[in-house]
Design a protein around this ligand. Structure first.
Ligand code: IPE
Ligand code: IPE
Ligand code: MG
Length: 242
């Protein structure tokens, strides 16, 4: 049996469909999505996962109707006020990953305060990707190096990326049934194991997380090598997934 994933990344998709199915406004689905995320953080803590990275708002989500975009901004401020004391008590270190320039002063202050207030916590590193895009990250890293006159190598780019404070994700989950990356962790997911769940994000519970972890543990990660080179561990993919 292989190890628990050290770093789990999640594309939290399906909030809108969850709400529409219930004849509710889409923002009700996003609210439910915040509750699902709190549950997920707690589950990751209980399982000993060290890093959790979630996709909360993409560079492309600005193209949604303006009332949904402003609803999501308000929800972020509300969620921070409600959740940061709990996150602190749980030992969670919050990071916001993404381009903050387009966010309002109020949102930017909220993010900075939440980061500062949780910066000494050590149990779980929790990255919230907000106004984030994988292409934005690669471009901003390259720009940073160019402005300093540094040579661009895989290592230097890696260090200039917005997620340089954590190792690459081991397991990347997408809920909501779509089989695509949608501009999430393009650089960092090079060798992540992918898991797609049909559950809509508000319905993604502890059992669904455990299933994703079990599937991950049954995989053989070869990183370009052959199964034999890995020391005869090629039985893993045949292991029964509970
Ligand atoms: C994901 O849920 C949350 C955000 C993109 C902010 P969606 O809002 O994309 O939900 P669906 O895909 O429309 O159901
Ligand atoms: C990806 O979901 C972004 C987030 C979950 C924040 P989307 O709903 O925006 O992705 P697409 O548009 O279906 O590819
Ligand atoms: Mg979606």
């Amino acid at each position: 049996m292989s190890q628990l994933p050290h770093h789990v990344a999640i594309v939290m998709d399906g909030n809108g469909r969850w709400a529409t199915k219930r004849f509710l406004p889409r923002i009700a689905g996003h609210k439910q999505g915040v509750d699902s995320l709190s549950r997920c953080v707690k589950a990751c803590l209980e399982r000993g996962i060290a890093v959790l990275t979630v996709f909360a708002f993409s560079s492309e989500n600005w193209n949604r109707p303006s009332e949904e975009v402003s609803g999501l901004m308000d929800l972020l401020v509300f969620a921070l006020a409600r959740e940061v004391p709990t996150l602190n008590a749980q030992g969670v270190q919050l990071h916001f990953v993404g381009d903050r320039q387009r966010l309002s002063g109020k949102v930017q202050d909220g993010l900075a305060q939440a980061e500062l207030g949780t910066s000494n916590n050590q149990r779980l590193i929790f990255n919230v990707c907000f106004n984030y895009g994988g292409r934005w990250d690669i471009a901003q890293a390259a720009q940073k190096l160019a402005s300093r006159g540094e040579v661009i190598t895989e290592q230097s780019l890696d260090r200039a990326m917005a997620l340089a404070h954590v190792p690459d994700p081991d397991l990347l989950i997408r809920t909501g049934g779509e089989l695509r990356i949608s501009n999430f962790l393009l650089w960092q997911a090079a060798y992540s194991e992918l898991h797609f769940s049909d559950k809509l994000w508000p319905e993604f519970d502890e059992a669904a997380l455990d299933e994703a972890i079990a599937v991950f543990r049954a995989r053989e990660r070869r990183f370009g090598q052959t199964s034999a080179q890995l020391g005869g561990q090629n039985h893993r993919h045949k292991e029964k997934v509970a």
